[in-house]
Design a protein around this ligand. Structure first.
Ligand SMILES: Nc1ncnc2c1ncn2[C@@H]1O[C@H](COP(=O)(O)OP(=O)(O)OP(=O)(O)O)[C@@H](O)[C@H]1O
Ligand SMILES: [Mg+2]
Length: 296
């Protein structure tokens, strides 16, 4: 029964086109349903933009980034990892960086909307509490989807759904979670993220010397650069795009960025993680603490 509902929604959504956003708690089948909608879209001959806004369990592009991919054939769906455009958020949990998360997603949805018949937004499982709801509210506000599909167990999404229906014109549909959906353990999630960072930092890595003036947010002249060691950065071009990830390295008085996407680099956006390039494990950092020594 659930299977039929999902298949019907995928076919109807693909036929209608426009922007659709999938929301739901972790492990509710958002990514799987995104694929199903896009498979139907390809069959219906639609040009599709897939915006992967899940910065923790990324399908398109590296973790910490929102990625855009054009989908025009079934083959494209088998090979989603390479993004055509990226926007860096800087964390694997959007709860900490709501502004960056919302803007990164909305910017790529706009790029998608300009050229594709169908834009599919896959989101993170952050849906509850003040932060999760604020995130979804502003995503709705800026991405302006014609349809939101909320996957829910029981009535868990009702608060978010009620809020979106009250404040916005887009249609909000609910679907039950398929009972076959298998939860991914925290350990598996962390291993998947590590594998994602390993790909983002695969060879050929280069070390580029960087001036302290290239950062956003800017860093103060008096900062002890050793504090920046290992900090994750988005490598930016001069048109707002992220080219990929880098990690800062401070050694013998010289600040460098280690990256495999330094061609065309115009600046670096500071992320809120430190990455160990030996094992690709990450740790949260508080930028304010790094910059000013304040622990809040
Ligand atoms: N209809 C289904 N039948 C069988 N297995 C499914 C179905 N939908 C999802 N799954 C499986 O359940 C797992 C979780 O699904 P999926 O990744 O789509 O969820 P998600 O909501 O995107 O999760 P996350 O919050 O991690 O992004 C996956 O291993 C997927 O293959
Ligand atoms: Mg997913």
């Amino acid at each position: 029964m659930t299977e039929i509902q999902h298949a019907q929604l995928a076919a109807d959504t693909a036929a209608a086109g426009g922007v659709v956003m999938l929301v739901g708690a972790p492990d509710t089948g958002k990514t799987t349903l995104s694929h199903q909608i896009m498979t139907e879209g390809v069959k219906a001959g639609k040009s599709i933009a897939y915006v992967d806004a899940d910065v923790g369990q990324s399908t398109v592009g590296p973790p910490t980034c929102v990625g855009l991919r054009w989908i025009n054939s079934a083959d494209d769906l088998d090979n989603l990892s390479k993004a055509v455009e990226l926007r860096v958020v800087g964390s694997t949990s959007p709860e900490r960086l709501v502004l960056q998360q919302v803007l990164a997603t909305a910017t790529l949805v706009d790029v998608g909307r300009r050229s594709a018949d169908l834009v599919v937004i896959d989101t993170t499982g952050a849906v509850s509490g003040v932060v999760g709801q604020t995130l979804k509210y502003h995503k709705m506000e800026l991405c302006r989807p014609e349809l939101v599909v909320a996957l829910q167990r029981g009535a868990e999404m009702e608060p978010v759904i009620g809020m979106l229906r009250r404040f916005f014109a887009g249609r909000v549909e609910t679907l039950p979670v398929d009972p076959e959906v298998a939860p991914v353990s925290p350990h598996e999630r962390s291993e998947l993220r590590q594998a994602g960072f390993a790909v983002a930092f695969e060879d050929p890595l280069e070390r580029w010397r960087v001036r302290p003036t290239v950062f956003a947010p800017t860093i103060s002249a008096g900062l002890d650069f050793a504090r920046l060691n290992g900090v994750l950065v988005g490598v930016q071009d001069g048109e707002g795009r992220c080219l990929g990830l880098g990690a800062l390295e401070y050694d013998e008085g010289v600040l460098r960025v280690v990256t495999n996407c330094g061609e065309g680099m115009q600046g670096l956006r500071l992320g809120s993680l430190r990455v160990d390039l030996k094992n690709h494990k990450v740790q949260r950092v508080n930028l304010r603490e790094v910059m000013f020594g304040l622990d809040r």
